[in-house]
Ligand binder design. Sequence first.
Ligand code: 5RP
Length: 224
Amino acid sequence: MRRVEMDGKEVLAQEAMRYVRDVKFLGLGTGRTVRTLIKRLNKEGILSSIEVICSSVDTERQVAALGGNVLSIFVGKQPEIYIDSFDLLVERKTLVKGGGAALLREKLLAYYSQKRIYLGESHKLKDTPPVSVPVEVVPTSLSYLVKTLEQKGFNVLVRESEGKIGPVITDNGNAVIDVEVRDLKKLCDLDRDLKMYVGVVETGIFCPPFTTRYLSHMEERLNA
Ligand code: 5RP
């Protein structure tokens, strides 16, 4: 058996290249996996020959810094394919995202793309509770929402800015709460229910259909 010596994110970026070869208009998510993919796209001379629409200012900055063509999300164009990573793949069917607080634009692009591919390491597979679900909320609703969700029995944390005082503020000017969830069987119902509360903008629960490539599968294939 051939050992895979590459860093996990490098292996995932290499895997993603299979999907982008003939793509002219690509949607990109947010995080370290996507950052690794951007570098690879650049190395292989693809980045400058495609248009990219990004789920965060952070990703836009990285693409632009390498000379890539960033198209504004406000253009509303449909990417041929959207590639992103995830925080958790729950029971191999539902994704939890938003560790980088980019969940709203990530869901927007995923929804409006022709195809969605999610990449992640096998340690992100989760079959046992609890899971922490990020929820983007309007800042003025924070106190009401935290109290209401706590009364419903959830543990809730308001996500704080690293190195600053106060809550994380997303690219959309909102705050993020992390809600501890125990019932993993009903995550997609919870996604719908949470959005009924006034002040909730979007949740980090991503329901099928999508394609996931996670490292344990790839290791088997690469080692074969
Ligand atoms: C950002 C996300 C990311 O996809 C998630 O946090 C995983 O990131 P990484 O690629 O750094 O492991 O949802 O909002």
